[in-house]
Design a protein around this ligand. Structure first.
Ligand SMILES: [Zn+2]
Length: 426
């Protein structure tokens, strides 16, 4: 084969493989999003899924390649199957506040329901949606199955409420970018400009951290200026409740610093104004706190002096499924991780299946567990995922462990990079 023929050959392979991705997407899906709203219902030991509604939304901001495979992250996952052939057309993992609630004392004595939303590209033909709960690294339990017909007249297609949207940064088309919808929470009608300034600061903070800096030309950030009736954020511990755009509050599960919202449907109604891969709720408060739930949302205080660090930490959870690398001297949180199983999060290990984690990256001769003296190298440091014993982290300090750490550790950076490439490359 001559050199020219060989180049032509490579070019043809490239064309056929890239068009097959495009074909796979357009064979099965439209440019709209299919949003499924449901409720997780149950208690500490039982989980059921109840459908609320199906919606067609204008923009699909998610990935257009690797549709039928995922990165095996999350406590739950959903799969979209061709209802005739049974072929898997789309899969995605996610976490839920409901799952965290199941570890609380309240869940032992109360049944409760939590809103949850998932999204996938809007199908052209009938599909079966399966929702599953993770049992371990490779096994799942089916919770829900639903036959979805794209021609069903009761699929809602409602124009979202008009809310001003400002582009903070846009460098790539949504099908090749990570699109982040930043939603205003606790900003009154007179605080729109403050929100735009705060959203810009959030974007700058995020993009100043590796590997987001390296890939900033693939990240679009939109500011959605939802108006709250009252300024500030609800603080139940001080008997201070406010009427805000998505009703977030501190004191989630009675933890003073844990800031979340359970109004997931409202949140997605606002995000629907733009194409989005990720949602960031920016809370107009100086009080320290935040929360981040994988493939769901991140939420953080805009004006605390540690907001830069917290903003980036919470996005580590919500975007890449990273675990907290910190722990308490006494194991105060029960039921968080079962150390007899390998956790799914990329940055902690119980050593049960360490080959599936960063084992291959350990420098030769690394002690397990690693002593503190080796704190500038990747190692296996005991303490992580809230547990002092039996759970290990890859680096002495990391953005996922303390607010003092200057950066994400190399293992966390790699996990974030993997997600960026998964969502933006063919
Ligand atoms: Zn880390």
């Amino acid at each position: 084969m001559s050199k020219q023929t060989f180049i032509l050959f490579l070019f043809l392979i490239y064309c056929s493989s890239s068009s097959s991705f495009a074909q796979q997407y357009s064979t099965y899906f439209t440019d709209n999003a299919c949003r499924v709203d449901f409720h997780f219902c149950g208690n500490a030991t039982q989980t059921a899924v109840f459908l609320d509604k199906v919606k067609r939304e204008s923009f699909w901001g998610g990935r257009r390649a690797h549709l039928s495979s995922d990165l095996n992250l999350g406590d739950f996952r959903f799969r979209v199957l061709d209802s005739i052939s049974g072929n898997q057309l789309y899969i995605d993992g996610f976490c839920a506040l409901y799952h965290e609630w199941q570890t609380t004392a309240e869940a032992k004595i109360t049944n409760k329901s939590f809103e949850q939303t998932i999204q996938f590209p809007f199908p052209k033909k009938g599909v079966t949606l399966i929702i599953e709960k993770r049992l371990d690294l490779d096994h799942w339990q089916q919770l829900f199955s639903y036959k979805l017909s794209p021609t069903d007249k009761l699929i809602q297609y409602i124009k979202p409420k008009a809310v001003p949207v400002k582009i903070i940064t846009k460098t790539a088309s949504p099908d090749k970018a990570i699109d982040i919808a930043v939603i205003a929470e606790g900003y009154s009608v007179n605080e729109k400009q403050k929100f735009y300034k705060d959203a810009k600061r959030l974007a700058e903070n995020l993009l100043s951290y590796e590997p987001f800096t390296k890939y900033k030309k693939r990240i679009n950030i939109y500011a959605i200026a939802a108006i709250s009736e009252q300024s500030g954020i609800s603080m139940p511990q001080d008997d201070d409740w406010k009427n805000t755009a998505v009703g977030s509050h501190f004191f989630t599960f009675y933890e003073p610093r844990y800031l979340t919202t359970t109004n997931i449907f409202k949140l997605h109604d606002l995000a629907a104004l733009v194409p989005y891969d990720a949602i960031y709720v920016l809370a107009n408060t100086k009080t320290y706190g935040g929360g981040g739930i994988f493939n769901n949302y991140a939420l953080t205080a805009a004006d605390n002096k540690l907001s830069t660090q917290v903003t980036v930490h919470e996005f580590g959870h919500s975007f890449a499924g990273l675990a907290d690398e910190y722990f308490y001297d006494k194991d105060v949180l029960d039921n968080t991780y079962d150390i007899k199983k390998e956790p799914w999060e990329p940055n902690i290990t119980s050593l049960v299946q360490f080959d599936r984690k960063w084992n291959a990256q350990l420098p030769a001769g690394t002690q397990i567990p690693t002593s503190i003296a080796d704190s500038t190298k990747i190692g296996v440091f005991e303490g992580g995922g809230y547990l002092k014993k039996g759970m290990y982290r890859p680096y002495f300090d990391c953005r996922m462990r303390t607010n003092k750490a200057p950066a994400f550790c190399p293992v966390c950076q790699q996990a974030i990079e993997k997600m960026i490439l998964f969502l933006t490359e063919k």
